[in-house]
Ligand binder design. Structure first.
Ligand code: SF4
Length: 467
């Protein structure tokens, strides 16, 4: 799907969804992320993951997706109510400024074609087969990004194990996550894991219905199940399937070098429809390294160049996506990332946005790291970045320019900040200071030195925290 048809798809979906209700979203049925290492699931990836009770998967392994909790959220949507867990979308829609939310974008994508009719036929089906599956086999990760958690990163778990909870003044962050993982549910990376067993039970059936399969983590290249799935796909080609892998591109070279020939085989031998590589960065240089603890920015760029040059495009059958988790600390340096991307696309020739995409998602949690905390100075920088993107859009400078969807995602982030600008942020400012003060100590970092642009803001947060 091209980026302009991406917007057209969202427009079409917005109208079609109204047939069911004003809060209907196909992704609640068709898209799932399964965190198999700790028995959690969510639809889509925006709501907080919820626990999958073991007795539910014992009775029916399809409960990896169709949990009782999720069926309840679907009922709310059918009745036109806005499930609270989907605030990511309601935050945007309730601005009433006509922006598309992800509910529209996702419902309009190719993998949702024909799904509305299927849902209508049996809306509360406990065996509903998703078309877009994202799976995490374990939480082993070499990074501990500031906005991540012990549930998803083994490095974060080590941090909490050694240093205890982060004391934010009003509550202890990540401690509960950690206790829950340790005491109540299967421990990550156990050899015998009932969720992974349930996955392999339903995999052959799931596979026949899949349009998109995406592997996440932790760092998925560090899991043996990733390689097992890839081998399965090599042995059982599915030319309708889009296969995606999230990787931080910071692993040892051997893993990247193992992935590239597999990708080549899948693409050149028509074993899948598309091969997509997703990676993340939302700033550049030392600021990016501060946000994504474990990142070596130079190595990241070098690996990004390696995969984009060695994995063949072949009629646009592969793409790489930079997922920018746009957060408060992205603001000072985001322009550098935009400029770098433009330069990259210019160097690589026309229509290279098809090769290297930018997807701007705004961070919703932790509260003290989100753009809702931005002040007027920060908002001005964001507005200027948006203008930069508009001045360099495809229609103005050619095929390597920014696409409508890239720009509209930035526009909605700006709008979101504008709406929040005068809200009381005392609690989040206190949490901001307490968190980054501890993060600096534990991770051997220095906030003020890394973000001199935020020195005043940091001082104001410190005053609030010490008041
Ligand atoms: S967060 Fe939005 S896109 Fe995701 S399931 Fe909810 S309504 Fe749909």
């Amino acid at each position: 799907m091209s980026q302009s048809s991406y917007n057209a798809g969202a427009e079409y979906a917005r109208e079609k969804l109204k047939q069911i209700s004003c809060s209907m979203c196909l992704a609640k049925w068709t898209q799932v992320t399964m965190h198999l290492h700790n028995g959690h699931t969510h639809s889509c990836h925006h709501p907080a993951p919820h626990f999958i009770p073991l007795d539910e998967i014992k009775q029916n392994p399809h409960a990896l997706h169709n949990t009782k909790h999720k069926i309840k959220q679907r009922q709310l949507m059918l009745a036109g109510e806005q499930p609270e867990e989907c605030n990511y979308c309601w935050n945007i829609e309730n601005l009433n400024h006509g922006h598309f939310s992800d509910r529209h974008f996702k419902s309009g994508e190719d993998w949702n074609e024909g799904q509305l009719e299927k849902i209508k036929a049996n809306p509360l089906d406990e065996n509903f087969l998703p078309t877009y599956v994202e799976v995490s086999f374990n939480n082993t990760c070499n990074f501990a990004c500031m906005y991540c958690s012990p549930q998803i990163s083994s490095k974060w778990m080590e941090d909490i194990e050694h240093g205890g909870a982060y004391d934010l003044g009003n509550y202890q962050v990540h401690h509960l996550d950690y206790l829950r993982i340790k005491n109540q549910i299967p421990i990550p990376n156990r050899e015998v894991n009932p969720y992974i067993e349930a996955f392999w039970k339903i995999w052959p059936e799931l596979y026949t219905n899949l349009k998109v399969f995406r592997i996440t983590g932790g760092e998925p290249l560090l899991s043996k199940h990733t390689w097992k799935v890839l081998k399965y796909i090599q042995d059982n080609p599915n030319p309708d399937l889009i296969i995606g892998i999230n990787t931080n591109l910071g692993v040892q070279d051997a893993f990247i070098d193992r992935l590239i020939p597999i990708a080549k085989d899948l693409i050149l031998n028509n074993k899948v429809k598309n091969f997509e590589l997703y990676t993340s960065v939302e700033s550049t240089g030392v600021q990016a390294e501060y946000i994504r603890d474990g990142l070596d920015y130079k190595k990241f760029i070098s690996n990004l160049n390696k995969v984009t040059s060695e994995i063949p495009m072949l009629d646009w059958k592969s793409k790489t996506v930079i997922m920018a988790t746009y957060n408060l600390l992205s603001i000072p340096n985001f322009r550098n990332l935009l400029e770098w991307l433009l330069e990259w696309r210019t160097k690589h020739g026309s229509a290279t946005w098809k090769k290297l995409w930018l997807d701007i998602s705004y961070l919703t949690y932790p509260n003290w790291q989100t753009i809702a905390l931005a002040d007027n100075n920060m908002l001005a920088i964001m507005e200027s970045d948006l203008k930069f993107m508009q001045d360099h859009k495809e229609q103005a400078i050619g095929h390597h320019g920014f696409q409508d969807t890239e720009i509209s995602k930035m526009a909605r982030a700006v709008d979101y900040v504008t709406q929040n600008i005068s809200k009381d942020k005392t609690t989040e400012m206190m949490q901001f200071y307490n968190f980054f003060n501890a993060y600096d100590l534990r991770r051997n970092k220095n906030f003020v030195k890394t973000f001199p642009e935020f020195a005043n803001f940091y001082s104001r947060c410190k005053e609030v925290a010490n008041a």
